[in-house]
Design a protein around this ligand. Sequence first.
Ligand SMILES: [Zn+2]
Ligand SMILES: [Zn+2]
Length: 333
Amino acid sequence: MALEDLTDPNAVLRSLDEFRALGQKQFLRKYGFGSSRGWMLIDTDGNEYDAKAIIGAAHGYQYPALGPLPQSGFYGGQPTARKLRELGFKVNEPAARRNPAWTRDELILALDLYMRHRPLFPDDKHPEVIELSTFLNRLAAITSTSPGGSFRNANGVAMKLQNFRRFDPSQRGKGLSRGSRSEAEVWAVFADDPERLRSAATAIRTAVPTLEHDPRNFPEGGVAEAEEGRILTRLHQVRERDYRLVERRKMMALRANGALHCEACRFNFSAKYGERGHGFIECHHAKPVSNLQPGEKTKLDDLILLCANCHRMIHSRRPWLSLEELRKIIILD
Ligand SMILES: [Zn+2]
Ligand SMILES: [Zn+2]
């Protein structure tokens, strides 16, 4: 099931009909697409349709047994536009506009590239700069930062490397003077910790292919983005919501202690809530986020039991707390 399989212009016409009948908002909701922010199919009357969602729906019309393509199933932007043009439709590129600010994930990957080449600063012709540009577009696609035509192009990536120079003591007075606060933050967290930087960058890169099949937004549920960015925050959440593992971890504690206690504050749900609280507790994945290895199995030992309050406090802002740090701030009454 792929973008390439779509070959029937009539299937596209049928999704245009449906788009008109439902209206943009309903149509996007029905097929689970966000707005394509600028990549628009233009019909002969000059009406605009979100190009990516049209393709997704058209696939379902051409292959009813397979159904529509999901948003995460293919790339928007250029590939989508190319396909529609091939089928004889007109697609407008997004008007030039400011690209969204760089996210932590992106800055971590850029800083990693910077550190590996320092004191040289690869320009927009360098293969690694070009590779990172491509990768950032892929990353944006899964986190629905739906990009425009110039999004994180090689030139933008090369400029970002220059932005880091202003923090670099070995580059005093060089590089660009303007820049964002997140650049300073990412520099402060990672510049002196090459190992953490390397493993965060590697983990982000390895996690992306898995998350490309997971279209949900993240982070979810009152969780602040980790210092390592959105991708690894998501991976952390996926790990600690592994239902079977969580159940095994709870069984282990029940067998050992006869009860489930929060490992930070000792709260016991069944002591407080009786029958309703029986067997209730949350699991927190205690492995540092930058050490997460995509594909690696979660170990029971990596999970700690926490009451909902303590778990929320750990994740409530950056940096997340370790169990020890949380224990230290708990005020005992
Ligand atoms: Zn607690
Ligand atoms: Zn957690």
